[in-house]
Write a protein that binds this ligand. Structure first.
Ligand code: AQP
Length: 330
């Protein structure tokens, strides 16, 4: 039984299909086998400009989305990051063992700060991977199920853990990324060169987990396809490969079987089939999500209990960490 940690940023009202396929799907499966901590990483949302009202609404709805996706708060610890203050304390300690050079190499930082003058890039955006390292190491996490976009941050986290252990004695397990072989990077429906992302400004880029059936059908109809008309996954057909990965993930059927079903039938038929598979898949999520939001007292109870369990584990780690780094009085 390993300790598993992962989180979702409440940067939108609900997650998109990429978040589910790349991450939550694995979280749900892992909770059967491991001790899992799943967190709404609200502090990460402060790394780009935010609206306080929206943030508090979205933190709650992100938690509801996780339960609606299949996270069981009895088996897994589900909580809001900012309700466990040890995250910020450990972040400072790890900041002091991290290096400017390694943080500057993070591609997500480069992408998100592109076009902005150095003078006005938020320091939080730069420090984001250290906060992420603290999130996992605080629970002595061993396995971190994430999408492919987090691969580089995981490498940095491992370097920070190893450096800390070398300088202050063996304290943290060096965590492994758990990235699915298929569906780890779901691409935008309007442009398969870029990943599906919550903070996109383009409505046809993504499918929200609570999109109603008519919206799902419209978005799939408008999704870009490649030249030719064969429903076959291949590196030179990024759009159709992406749609096939989505179909396979939500139906649980292998890509080859789906390709076989649509052989000689063209993109139009395939898109109609995909839209219906998605509508059936999203329907239970949407209903469960609304039910959970309809009972705020119950959701608060779950989050309070989750924060208490998380705090207990976090305080145990911080007791050891403070002692190792010399923040003690003897
Ligand atoms: N397109 C994607 N395909 C597969 N997995 C993805 N993830 C994100 N986008 C995709 C994974 O979802 C988990 C939660 O993501 P996050 O909330 O931490 O945000 P993110 O990785 O920065 O990407 P988003 O959702 O698109 O948000 P914004 O636009 O705010 O940056 C993670 O495990 C992530 O890998």
């Amino acid at each position: 039984m390993a300790r598993v940690f992962s989180g979702v940023k409440p940067t939108a009202d609900v997650p998109h299909l990429g978040n589910y396929i790349g991450a939550f799907r694995q979280w749900v499966a892992l909770q059967d086998l491991h001790q899992c901590f799943f967190c709404v990483v609200d502090l990460h949302s402060l790394t780009v400009p935010w609206d306080p009202e929206k943030l508090s609404r979205r933190s709650r709805s992100a938690a509801a989305s996780l339960i609606a996706s299949g996270i069981d708060p009895e088996r897994s610890v589900l909580f809001l990051q900012s309700e466990v203050q040890e995250h910020t304390e450990l972040t400072w300690f790890l900041t002091c063992v991290s290096r400017m050079g390694e943080l500057s190499r993070m591609t997500q930082f480069k992408d998100k700060s592109r076009g902005t003058e150095n003078e006005s890039i938020g320091t939080g955006l730069y420090m984001y991977p250290v906060l992420m390292a603290a999130d996992v190491l605080l629970y002595r996490g061993e396995l971190v199920p994430v999408g492919d976009d987090q691969r580089q941050h995981l490498e940095l986290m491992r370097d920070i853990a190893e450096r800390f252990n070398r300088d202050f004695g063996d304290t943290f397990p060096v965590p492994d990324a758990y990235i699915p072989a298929e569906g780890a990077r779901i691409m935008g429906l309007d442009d398969p060169a870029f990943k599906m992302a919550k903070t996109t400004e383009r409505p046809n880029n993504l499918i929200w987990m609570n999109d109603p059936p008519e919206v799902v059908r419209k978005k799939i109809k408008r999704a870009v396809t490649d030249s030719g008309g064969e429903v076959l996954a291949s590196p030179d057909k990024p759009a159709i490969s992406n749609l096939l990965a989505i179909y396979s993930a939500v139906s649980g059927r292998p890509v080859a079987e789906i390709e076989g079903e649509y052989q000689g039938r063209g993109y139009g038929d395939f898109k109609k089939g995909l839209a219906e598979v998605l509508v059936d898949f999203l329907d239970p999520f949407r209903r469960r999500y609304l039910e959970i939001l309809d009972d705020p007292a119950q959701l608060d109870k779950i989050l309070d209990a989750g924060a208490a369990r998380a705090r207990e584990a976090a305080q145990e780690t911080m007791h050891i960490v403070r002692d190792r780094i010399g923040l003690r009085r003897h």
